[in-house]
Design a protein around this ligand. Structure first.
Ligand SMILES: *Cc1c(COP(=O)(O)O)cnc(C)c1O
Length: 416
């Protein structure tokens, strides 16, 4: 039997229609878009169409606001570094403590190598941003505030439209890493003050190594990659034409599937969570129960070793991940769960299941069949498990736990 793939926040299957759209651009349509002859002319319309598909998915005012990059990491780096260069007299950055390493590793470096002051705003037990602390950190020296739209480990959604307004109130630029949000929740940039947004092809059933930076018209920008005049001089280098075409197709498909994500995928995710909780007990869902991506379930099993659970899941044909793909292989608990101050009994036993439109209810049924015996086995091999459980607070009294999924209202209706 095919394994059940529930690791879509790490990467998604490239949609076969995306692959089909890309193929001609590896063969007949090999031209360089900048060339004046027919070979170049043949690919320019494909780039325009991809840009238009992204503009529509994002609700951007103009296709000129889309800059193609090599992915989410490059877009994040370009946005933050640009702000430091263009915002003269401003040398501080405001981020959250739960950003992706594409942001956190960069700001750590800027802090130690360039003396940039970085404010890392904390979150509560459900992963929600301390908005007051955010507002206090903004000031006349803030170059940019960068807050992710949705967290990759817990799916928690941040109020980025409001946060952008507050950044502007302090005269700062606002960027959002929306790599996990685009294609999963409705985005309408025209209706917000967001200046820059990052997205990545492979998180929305497109190819790897391609992404985009949304750059609102009029936003000052200093390129990260300098070279030829491509992308209106905002990103040098010959365009990755097959990748751009694939990303455009992926954006088109994401817009068409958005409602499925908000309804069917959400209901599969909820039945997975509820099924696991009902079957094994002594587990909780981490993250904001009310404001969360429809596809993400971060389930923590009390006093158990997540690595052991993951190992058994893999053997049973279920692909999931520890708290975060980036933390896998290291013994450090995830920086996100640590920032949430998740109590020790949950910290090591968090498993992230992330679904996509590819998943079926039959697959979720198969997962629910194998989870109880896996958890029983891991508990049986943890000799002190019974004693540890007995000494815990009663379930539900732990402040670091989100609302149980059964109480989730069907919020976040897509705008598209
Ligand atoms: C995956 C991811 C990235 C990195 O995107 P790449 O295209 O792989 O560079 C950045 N931010 C978030 C939130 C992500 O999930």
């Amino acid at each position: 039997m095919e394994p059940v793939y529930l690791d879509n926040n790490a990467t998604t299957r490239t949609d076969p229609a995306v692959v089909a759209a890309m193929l001609p651009y590896f063969s007949d349509q090999f031209g360089n878009a900048s060339s004046v002859h027919a070979f170049g002319h043949a690919v320019a319309p494909a780039l325009r169409e991809a840009r238009r598909s992204l503009q529509q998915l994002l609700g951007a005012a103009s296709e000129a606001e889309i800059v193609f990059t090599s992915g989410g990491t490059e877009s994040d780096n370009a946005a933050i570094l640009s702000a430091l260069e263009t915002q003269t007299g401003r040398d501080e950055i405001v981020v959250t403590a739960v950003e992706h390493p594409a942001v956190l590793t960069l700001v750590d470096h800027l802090e130690s190598a360039r003396g940039v002051k970085v404010h890392r705003i904390g979150v509560d037990g459900c992963g929600r941003l301390d908005v007051d602390a955010y507002a206090r950190a903004l000031g006349p020296r803030t170059a940019i505030a960068s807050v992710m739209w949705a967290n990759n480990e817990t799916g928690t959604l941040f109020p980025v439209a409001e946060l952008a307004e507050r950044a502007h109130g302090a005269g700062a630029l606002f960027h959002t890493d929306a790599v996990q949000a685009v294609g999963k929740v409705g985005v309408d940039l025209k209706a917000t003050a967001i200046d820059m947004l990052s997205l990545s092809g492979h998180k929305l059933h497109g190819p790897k190594g391609i992404g985009a930076l949304y750059l609102r018209k009029g936003t000052p920008f200093a390129p990260l990659v300098r070279g030829g005049p491509q992308e209106r001089r905002r990103r040098g280098g010959t365009e990755n034409v097959p990748g751009i075409v694939g990303l455009g197709k992926a954006a088109e498909l994401a817009a068409a599937h958005l409602r499925d994500e908000a309804t069917r995928v959400r209901s599969l995710r909820d039945s997975l969570e509820n099924g696991i909780i009902a079957a094994v007990g002594h587990c909780v869902v981490l993250g904001d129960g009310d404001h969360r991506l429809p596809n993400t379930a971060n389930v923590a099993f009390a006093h158990l070793d997540g690595e052991a659970i993951l190992h058994h899941l893999t053997a049973a044909g279920v692909a999931a991940s520890l708290g975060s793909a980036c933390a896998s292989g290291s013994m450090e608990p995830s920086h996100v769960l640590r920032a949430m101050q998740v109590a020790p009994q949950w910290l090591r036993g968090a498993i992230r299941f992330s679904l996509s439109r590819d998943n079926t209810s039959e697959e979720i049924g198969r997962v629910l069949e194998v989870v109880p015996s896996i958890v029983a086995r891991v508990r049986a091999s943890s000799p002190s498990w019974q004693a540890q459980i007995a000494s815990d607070d009663p379930p539900g009294t732990n402040p670091s736990i989100a609302n149980p999924p059964s109480t989730n209202p069907p919020s976040m209706e897509p705008a598209l």
